[in-house]
Design a binder for this molecule. Sequence first.
Ligand SMILES: [Zn+2]
Length: 105
Amino acid sequence: MPDIRVKYEPGKYYAMADAAQHDMVVTIKCRSCRKTVHYWASDLVKVVGPDHPVARPPWRCSKCGEIEFLQVSREMRTAHKPMTGLVVRRPVKQVMRWLWKNERI
Ligand SMILES: [Zn+2]
């Protein structure tokens, strides 16, 4: 059976599905307020979809609202770098809410 896994090549364009396939941690760092959050790519792919470019921030900074100052990096967990002790933000549950608008009758 052929190996369908995408070969890891540093610097190559990466979709979120590629990063998830390589068991990567995606780090989003805000250069404006210095907030840093780590995510599993496999969690992000459920939220932003498989084709979302890893390098593009999936949302604005939750602390200061900036998006232009967000820096996204990815790192692969290896035997040499197991990332033990790293705090990763994980999704708990999806919440659906209604949006309302005013309508003249
Ligand atoms: Zn910020």
